[in-house]
Design a protein around this ligand. Sequence first.
Ligand SMILES: [Zn+2]
Length: 180
Amino acid sequence: MQKRCLGCKREIARDLRECHFCGAPQSITRYYRNSVIFFIAFLAASVYGLYYLLQIANQQALNEQTQLLSETKTQSQKQLDSLQVQLDEAQAALEQANKAVAENEADQSSESAKLNQQLAKLKKALKEAENEAKKQSERAGWLSRENSRLKDELKESKAQLKEARSTSITQPKPLSDPIQ
Ligand SMILES: [Zn+2]
């Protein structure tokens, strides 16, 4: 019985284990074993290569993410630092404002003390002026009373003089009235 060689396709005897032309094994399993092994090896290599590539891609993505995160962190830190500086400035300004307010209050209280002193002086001067006015008024009253007393005295004198004139015949001429 004849059959064709699995390798070279030439006619060989059926019971031959190997082709006597090309040396190819005539059992299907044995003939394709190498191919199967190669295929499996290729598949394994492919899977491993794919896995390796995926790992590299993952690592790259991770690296990129890490870098992005680090950049974001740096930027955030910068912003935070800037905010801290602004906060410090604002606090310094507030402190200065508080100090200015405190100083102003102190100035105002010393100003108010001065005003009180001036007011006390003015009150004293007013009191003195009032006393003086009272004195003057009393003096005016006294003068007025003295004036009316003098007037009364004068009237009396005039009356006496008139009486003396009317009773005296030897009087040569009437005296002129000195006060009218
Ligand atoms: Zn052959």
